[in-house]
Design a protein around this ligand. Structure first.
Ligand SMILES: Nc1ncnc2c1ncn2[C@@H]1O[C@H](COP(=O)(O)OP(=O)(O)OP(=O)(O)O)[C@@H](O)[C@H]1O
Length: 261
């Protein structure tokens, strides 16, 4: 479980995060949702320690992270897997070398064990036998899968994904979302995903935190989000015509049920 308390961050006098608190649960996909520029990525960076909050704290499974001693922060960092926007694979390395990279950097693992772990992770993301391919030979969805394999290779306890399905067609996007959700549940990982995609919310939103202008305006589950009465969240959800139509069908069915007693 990851807990954040009263996170504030400004850049050049401009407030980007304004006292955000919350809990991200273990074995769940926790979504950071909001429009462009609301501070989702900055919050993610504050949590993993890439940006230092001006105020506030982050705790990983009860261990205080922000401003703690370097060795304790490094110990927590070793347990973090990151899936970056655009996958961020090393273009000059094969798929296998990309996945092996964090194992060489972070874990003191013999070569044979490393190879086994690479093969296990490749199989888990559905890319067995892609070991020798170069990133340039892969589709966008395959690159994301390699990115996921690389993130989970060191047996991460925490997984952070920055817009994991951006740039993918809707079907591939759902497959990537599902893969992340399955891995999260299977290995009991605490996963935080930055997104503005309502499909992801509906498909895999175990827990959702909605940010608006640097503040947390709402939190809840994908079952609860369609019935929210927070105006800014409603505006965000129903900006999309498909979502408006889905809501209308739900409401019509509910009215029908009520009329029939
Ligand atoms: N290093 C930085 N220096 C100055 N301003 C920054 C920095 N990082 C982020 N910002 C600003 O903070 C605000 C929030 O940015 P952030 O990237 O967190 O938004 P976001 O909600 O993730 O948006 P998007 O969905 O478009 O990625 C933006 O106005 C951005 O310009």
């Amino acid at each position: 479980m990851i807990e954040i308390h009263n996170i504030h961050k400004s850049f050049n006098g401009k407030k980007v995060l304004d006292g955000v608190s919350g809990v991200f649960e273990t074995g769940k996909t926790n979504l950071l949702l909001g429009a462009s520029g609301t501070g989702k990525s900055v919050l993610l960076k504050c949590i993993v320690g890439l940006v230092k909050p001006d105020l506030g704290s982050v705790t990983f499974d009860g261990t205080y992270f922000t401003n703690n001693k370097l060795d304790i922060r490094q110990e927590i960092r070793r347990k973090i897997g990151m899936l970056f926007q655009g996958s961020a694979l090393f273009d000059s390395m094969t798929v296998e070398e990309n996945i092996e990279f964090p194992l060489k950097m972070l874990a003191d693992m013999p070569r044979d064990e490393r190879k086994d772990r690479v093969n296990f992770c490749l199989k888990r993301v559905g890319l067995e036998n892609a070991n020798k391919k170069m990133p340039s030979e892969l589709s966008g969805g395959m690159k994301k899968r390699v990115g996921i394999a690389r993130a989970i290779a060191p047996n991460c306890t925490y997984l952070f994904c920055d817009e994991p399905n951006s740039g993918l067609d809707p079907l591939t996007a759902i497959k990537i979302d599902e893969l992340i959700a399955e891995i999260t549940e299977e290995y009991g990982i605490t996963t935080i995903i930055v997104t503005h995609d309502m499909n992801s919310v509906i498909e895999i939103g175990d827990k959702i935190m909605f940010l608006y202008q640097g503040k947390k305006l709402w939190e809840g589950t994908n079952d609860e989000i369609m019935d929210t009465d927070v105006p800014k969240l409603n505006e965000f959800i129903f900006a999309n015509r498909l979502m408006r139509d889905a809501k209308k069908v739900d409401d019509d069915e509910e009215n029908e049920r009520l009329l029939q007693g």
